[in-house]
Design a protein around this ligand. Structure first.
Ligand code: SF4
Length: 254
């Protein structure tokens, strides 16, 4: 458990607070636990396979290799979290669904043609004396020319038109962290949506990073005010339908 008294910010914590301060409180302040969700566990399985695929020589980074990794990686996941065995009633169907996401991945990238320089890379920064900023990057590739690209895999579908900028916020924070730590502006940010086989790309500018930094600072200031006043207004939205805390949330409990 961290003894650092600073506010710990990550892109997901920032999204939680801006989506719904009450949800942020449940997760970040009260630290209430949530049961595993099948969507999240499917995401973990596919991420693990795509991570481990790059342990192979380029010639062996094939769709077949990736699909063959699925059963053993799933067994490891169940061993670490035995409740998953009860949640997944049809293992074949479960693995087939994960395999179809892997198949989609191979329509979007050719992993035999490049090296993944870092996978599950932890980036962190002393954002301010009161705020520690960090995040885990799925993959960060450094080309022989020194150009950097940051990749994030999503097992869901791509955002509707007009929502791409919001989706890119997470990667802009990673770009900011990388730039602050290494003094290199990543050339490309890329979200890979395996749910519908689409890519969302952006070439970040220093102005984009400055704007992400301002947004982070504003959110941190708002969180400090919420902490001081113990004020966590629920913000009902369509997200409530997926929110585990709906049964205890003041917006829904009369
Ligand atoms: S149910 Fe809705 S309003 Fe309540 S905490 Fe969850 S997201 Fe927020």
């Amino acid at each position: 458990m961290s003894t650092d008294p600073r506010l710990r910010l990550s892109p997901s914590a920032v999204n939680d607070y801006n989506n719904c301060p009450q949800l942020y409180k449940y997760r970040a302040i009260d630290k209430l636990s949530q049961p595993p969700s099948l969507d999240a566990e499917r995401g973990t399985l596919v991420h693990t396979v795509l991570h481990d695929l790059f342990e192979n020589l380029p010639v062996d980074r094939t769709e077949l290799t990736a699909i063959e990794l699925l059963p053993s990686r799933w067994r490891d996941q169940v061993a670490a979290k035995p409740v998953l065995a009860e949640m997944v009633t049809n293992e074949k169907e479960w693995l087939d669904r994960a395999a179809s996401l892997i198949t989609t991945y191979f329509t979007l990238e050719a992993p035999a043609t490049f090296e993944a320089t870092h996978r599950e890379m932890h980036l962190e920064n002393d954002f301010s004396p009161q705020v520690y900023l960090h995040g885990y990057v799925d993959r960060l590739d450094i080309a022989p020319t020194g150009e950097v690209r940051i990749i994030d895999y999503k097992t869901g579908k791509s955002p509707k038109p007009g929502w791409e900028e919001k989706a890119l916020f997470q990667l802009r924070v990673y770009a900011l962290l990388y730039w602050k730590t290494n003094g290199v502006l990543p050339r490309l940010l890329q979200l890979i949506y395996l749910g519908d086989g689409k890519l969302v790309k952006s070439n970040p500018t220093l102005a984009d990073l400055a704007s992400a930094e301002k947004f982070l600072q504003r959110t941190a200031d708002d969180i400090f005010i919420s902490i001081e006043k113990d004020y966590w207004p629920p913000k009902p939205s369509r997200l409530c339908d997926w929110c585990f805390f709906k049964t205890i949330c003041p917006a829904h409990v009369i």
